[in-house]
Design a protein around this ligand. Structure first.
Ligand code: HEC
Length: 136
């Protein structure tokens, strides 16, 4: 076989493989975005998903209070991994802070309320449990 032909065929093969990969990758990203949008619009009842969507930006993925949205805030978003904090706060107060906002419990108003949870007491309770589970 002519070497040129082999090279061209190889190039075409590589190209098509590369293209396929890219298509798959962007297809996956679109799928993920759609999933997040659905969760946001429909209001997920999964506390972990709700946390990721509405809390992680400030409180951080693992609850350490290190999310990018909280870095400029004073006081900083609560670090939910701190065992000492868990000992000082009641479930009721955690829930009130989440649903009504920080100001409702004498904390910073930078902690936004989540009035959508007023009609979802089970999800609010599950969120409290989720935060409790972040304790180190
Ligand atoms: C815009 C950033 C931001 C978002 C988003 C946010 N928080 Fe906060 N949160 C804060 C800040 C700042 C504080 C600290 C307030 C203080 O110490 O005065 C706080 C405090 C709290 C507290 C009170 C802790 C304590 O000291 O008693 C709880 C509970 C809480 N957040 C839960 C959540 C949950 C759950 C979500 C998601 C539904 C959430 N937060 C979303 C910024 C945020």
């Amino acid at each position: 076989m002519d070497l040129k032909v082999v090279l061209v065929a190889c190039g075409a093969l590589l190209l098509s493989v590369g293209c396929n990969k890219e298509e798959k990758a962007s297809g996956g990203a679109v799928g993920a975005t759609t999933g997040a949008a659905t969760a946001a619009g429909g209001g997920s009842d999964d506390p972990a998903a709700y946390y990721k969507m509405k809390c992680a930006v400030c409180h951080g993925d693992s609850g350490a209070g290190d999310g990018p949205g909280g870095s400029a805030l004073t006081p900083k978003p609560r670090n939910f991994t701190e065992a000492a904090w868990h000992g000082t706060v009641k479930d009721e107060d955690i829930k009130k802070a989440i649903v009504e906002g920080g100001a409702a419990v004498g904390k910073s108003a930078a902690m936004p309320g989540n009035p959508d949870l007023r009609g979802k007491p089970a999800l609010a309770d599950a969120l409290v449990k989720h935060l409790r589970g972040m304790k180190k």
